[in-house]
Design a protein. Sequence first.
Length: 125
Amino acid sequence: MKKVLVEILSAVILLALLVSCASFGFANVELTNQGAVPITELYLGNAEAVEKTGTRRVGPDYWGTNLLETALEQGDSIIFQTLPGMFDIKIVDRKGNEKVLDDVAVSKDQTVAIECAGISACTLK
């Protein structure tokens, strides 16, 4: 009897978590490479957490893992989903050049478009 109650309670908790996660909504971020040099790395850092601690972009722990599985060649784009928030976005090309877009607001049910016509010319659209 106790085992059945535990299983029912577990199922109710799981269902509640699924419903609450579905209500969050996601935001889309789209990156398009219009430049001749392939983009090889893309990182998101939580700008809100950084503001609270007063530390800016410290090491790989801040940036996390590269979100690109393959390089974005000229004309390629990628769309990925994230929870809404304020992010710093780091883009790196094949030559190792970096561009950081600071404090990009990503809202629920919105697409943030980033276009790069060369690494130094990455802008929000």
